[in-house]
Every structure is written in structure tokens, then in C-alpha cells.
Design a protein around this ligand. Structure first.
Ligand code: COA
Length: 260
């Protein structure tokens, strides 16, 4: 893969790890991070060697401390609207067909929290802190925060976080249901990679169908969601992976899924 200015990429054992690499700016999401992020995701989407993605921030201090505030200074409303309406990193993550785990090792704020919420699973270290501090800049979350945070933790808690701009610690984020696990800083990477490896062994097609079905739950009513689930379930019956999974169970052996 090509070299990126703001991102690092490593691929091993069907897992790609993307590092947002601006530690001196707490990995703030500049327009270059957005552009390169979309580019890298487009490439990884069709890379059959990659079954699971992990996204993390460089350095000890932050996952991502939000949008790059320095780029807000001179932006006009029309420019800003065009940027937000363009094919954004948040949307590309949200619609990415492979599972994505956000590994959160520090500040996870504003656009950083929105980025983490566009991923499928969030794993945090004890020292991470979460928040939507946009209100302190006289603006509101614009990367999906008002919607995804509300879906994840409920209107009342989301409202408080967005109206106050306050940060919450990792145990609170866990209690709210914002993150799946909290580990010590030392354990964070190994536990994240363990989970990524477990998921990477499954059928890539069944993973994709699972993601689509689960995500549909918050975007439709129950009847539509149940119908969509049946269609996606039926599609799985057309795959070699389904034959392999069922045969492996009956033959009492481990399945080897090929993604066909
Ligand atoms: N955009 C641009 N630069 C940022 C940034 C952001 N969102 N967050 C941090 N930085 C930069 C700082 O300007 C500083 O750069 P400098 O060394 O060139 O001055 C560097 O990252 C380190 O941050 P600093 O503020 O010195 O660290 P801290 O430990 O004192 O505070 C935070 C950490 C996260 C509390 C603080 O950086 C902060 O409030 N950041 C903004 C968070 C935010 O409002 N995000 C939502 C944006 S919509």
C-alpha cells in the first residue's frame, strides 16, 4: 500500500490496523486525515486478505481529540456544509462491509468519539476519556454525534453530554454502553487483537450480513428489520461458507471459512 501523511497501516493475519498518526495534535481529524482515511478504506474494502479492521490513535495520550479546530477558523458555512455533506470518513466507516474495532487509548472527543461510534465495537483503556465538547466552541456535533450517541446511550445521557460538553471516564462510558470493554493500558492492545482475531476466523460474508442486519435495527421499524434479516439470512444459504460451517459442525471439526 502507498505511504500516507497522516495514517499508518499494518496488515497481519487477516487484520488491518490503521493508526491515525498526528500525536503532537492528539490525532485531531484534519481534512487530510479524512481524505486519506476514505482512500485507505476504499482500498481495504476490496482486499480479500483483510477481514477485520482495528483503528487506533498514535501516542500515549489520545485516540482522537476531535476535528482539527484550526481548520474551523476561516471556514465559511457553505464550505463547511460541503465538507460535511461530502462522502465523509464517518459514513464510509459506518457503511464499511467488514467489522471495525476502535481501540481507544486516551482522549476520545468530538469527532473522535463520532469516529469511534461509526465503528462496530469500542474497546477502551482505563485512562481514556469521552465527550462531545463542541458546545464549548459554540457549535454542535456534525459527524453523526447527535444521532449515534443517542442511539447508543439513550436521549437523556446523550443530551447531557452534548449540552454540557463534559467528559466522562472509561468506567462511566462502559456503564452507559458506549464502550464494550475497559482494560488497563497495558492490556488494551492484546485484548483488542484477541477479539479481532476471533472475529477474523468467521465467514467474511456472514460477518458482512450480520453487520448490515444489526445496523438496520436502528434505521428501520421492527417489521422492516425482521424482513431484512430474513433476506440476509437467506443470502447466507448461497455461500460455500455456509456449507463449510454446517459440514464442520456435523464432522466435529473447526470450520475453515474462505469468504466464498
Ligand atoms: N484540533 C486541533 N488541535 C488540537 C485539538 C483539536 N481538536 N486537540 C488538541 N490539539 C492540539 C493542541 O492545540 C496542542 O497543540 P500545540 O502543542 O501545537 O499547541 C496539542 O494538540 C496538545 O494539546 P493540549 O491542549 O496542549 O493538551 P492538554 O493535555 O492540555 O489538553 C485536551 C487535552 C483534549 C483537553 C485539549 O487538547 C482539548 O480540549 N482539545 C480540543 C477538544 C475538542 O474540543 N474537540 C472537539 C473539536 S470539534
Amino acid at each position: 500500500m502507498k505511504n500516507y501523511e497522516t495514517l499508518l497501516i499494518e496488515k497481519n493475519n487477516n487484520i488491518a490496523v490503521i493508526t491515525i498518526n498526528r500525536p503532537d495534535k492528539l490525532n485531531a481529524l484534519s481534512s487530510t486525515v479524512h481524505r486519506e482515511g476514505v482512500e485507505i478504506l476504499d482500498e481495504l474494502k476490496s482486499d480479500s486478505e483483510v477481514r477485520v479492521l482495528v483503528i487506533k490513535g498514535a501516542g500515549e495520550k489520545a485516540f482522537v481529540a476531535g476535528a482539527d479546530i484550526s481548520e474551523f477558523a476561516d471556514a465559511s458555512p457553505v464550505q463547511q456544509r460541503d465538507i460535511m455533506n461530502s462522502r465523509s470518513l464517518f459514513t464510509v466507516l459506518d457503511t464499511f462491509p467488514k467489522p471495525i474495532i476502535a481501540m481507544i487509548n486516551g482522549f476520545c472527543l468530538g469527532g473522535g468519539n463520532e469516529l469511534a461510534m461509526a465503528c462496530d465495537i469500542r474497546i477502551a483503556s482505563e485512562k481514556s476519556r469521552f465527550g462531545q465538547p463542541e458546545i464549548n466552541l459554540g457549535i454542535i456535533p456534525g459527524g453523526g454525534g447527535t444521532q449515534r450517541l443517542t442511539n447508543l446511550i439513550g436521549e437523556s445521557k446523550a443530551m447531557e453530554l452534548i449540552l454540557t460538553g463534559d467528559m466522562i471516564d472509561a468506567p462511566t462510558a462502559f456503564n452507559y454502553g458506549l464502550v464494550n470493554y475497559v482494560y488497563s493500558a497495558e492490556e488494551l492492545e492484546s485484548k483488542t487483537m484477541e477479539l479481532a482475531a476471533k472475529i477474523a476466523e468467521k465467514s467474511p460474508i456472514a460477518l458482512q450480513m450480520s453487520k448490515e442486519a444489526v445496523k438496520f435495527a436502528s434505521r428501520s421499524n421492527l417489521d422492516e428489520g425482521l424482513r431484512r434479516e430474513i433476506d440476509l439470512f437467506a443470502i447466507c444459504f448461497s455461500t460455500e461458507d455456509k456449507k463449510e460451517g454446517v459440514s464442520a459442525f456435523l464432522e466435529k471439526r473447526k470450520a475453515n471459512f474462505t469468504g466464498r
